[in-house]
Design a protein around this ligand. Structure first.
Ligand SMILES: [Zn+2]
Ligand SMILES: [Zn+2]
Length: 270
């Protein structure tokens, strides 16, 4: 697929997808223990491990149906596989509760739980896009339990995921990382790779897209698209769209042999 038609398809998909939201009370959690919260910072333990989100099965499956509908409409190549996945999902209410509890438990392999051969990439795509609105709401609901200015880790304080984008603040030159799943922003060191221990920083820019820098790391081969706050002209940033609208930069970075760490669960080989 051409870069431009890929970009167009993704934009249409996300315009429809971003309309899918959940209610504030659709995600609950147990009040976290203060002592554990205090240790969380030192251990880089995200909130999802301390007070995991609880979501009702009926709400989850209703959102999944909407997401599947948007995929089938705008990503027609995935329509058949999406149908197949939908037909393999549990129907029994008790089974559904178990399924959803597993989805929100860190480290559980949900694909093997289904015991059916399903196309893994499409399954994960559908699942991640169903989880996302709940995680975004969860992040709002737990916001008083973490300080985005103090976290300073390479993983998200809420879900533990790797950042998808970073932002260089204009005034004080601070750097923030952004989680593509729960849409949380947190402060990170100005220099260095968020995916490994390297303190080196190299970046490239693309003519006509001076608002962005792509930082890359030769130690872990990771890259992170970065919005240069000094070049945004003061307009309000929607990082969700900044990511979607810069697929071209991902394509360029990957052509150079760099890896999208956010979608790559394996640790790089040493
Ligand atoms: Zn997150
Ligand atoms: Zn690195």
């Amino acid at each position: 697929m051409q870069d431009s038609s890929l970009q167009e398809m993704l934009t249409k998909f996300h315009q429809a997808y971003s309309q899918i939201t959940v209610k504030e009370d659709s995600v609950s959690f147990s009040t976290p223990d203060r002592a554990i919260l205090e240790q969380a910072q030192g251990k880089a333990l995200p909130l999802v491990n301390i007070c995991p989100p609880r979501v009702k099965a009926e709400n989850f499956f209703a959102v999944m149906e909407q997401v599947a509908g948007v995929i089938k409409k705008f990503m027609t190549d995935l329509a058949v596989e999406t149908e197949l996945i939908e037909s393999a999902l549990p129907v029994d209410p008790e089974e559904r509760e178990k399924f959803v509890a597993r989805v929100f438990t860190p480290g559980v392999d949900i694909l093997s739980y289904l015991k059916t051969d399903l196309p893994p990439e499409t399954f994960i795509f559908l699942l991640n896009h169903t989880i996302k609105p709940f995680m975004r709401q969860y992040a709002v609901n737990v916001s008083k339990y973490f300080d985005p200015e103090m976290w300073l880790k390479g993983n998200c304080p809420v879900c533990g995921g790797k950042p998808i984008l970073s932002l260089l603040e204009k005034e004080k030159g601070r750097r923030y990382l952004y989680c593509g799943l729960c849409e949380v922003q947190w402060r990170f060191h100005r220099l260095g790779c968020p995916y490994c221990t390297s303190y080196e920083s190299h970046f490239f820019t693309v003519e006509g897209m001076e608002k962005y820098r792509v930082y890359y790391c030769d130690q872990c081969r990771g890259y992170i698209k970065t919005v240069d706050g000094a070049k945004t002209g003061g307009s309000e940033l929607k990082l969700f769209w900044e990511d979607i609208n810069t697929i071209q930069l991902d394509v360029l970075a990957m052509r150079e042999g760099y890896i999208n760490q956010q979608t790559c669960p394996q640790e790089p080989e040493k």
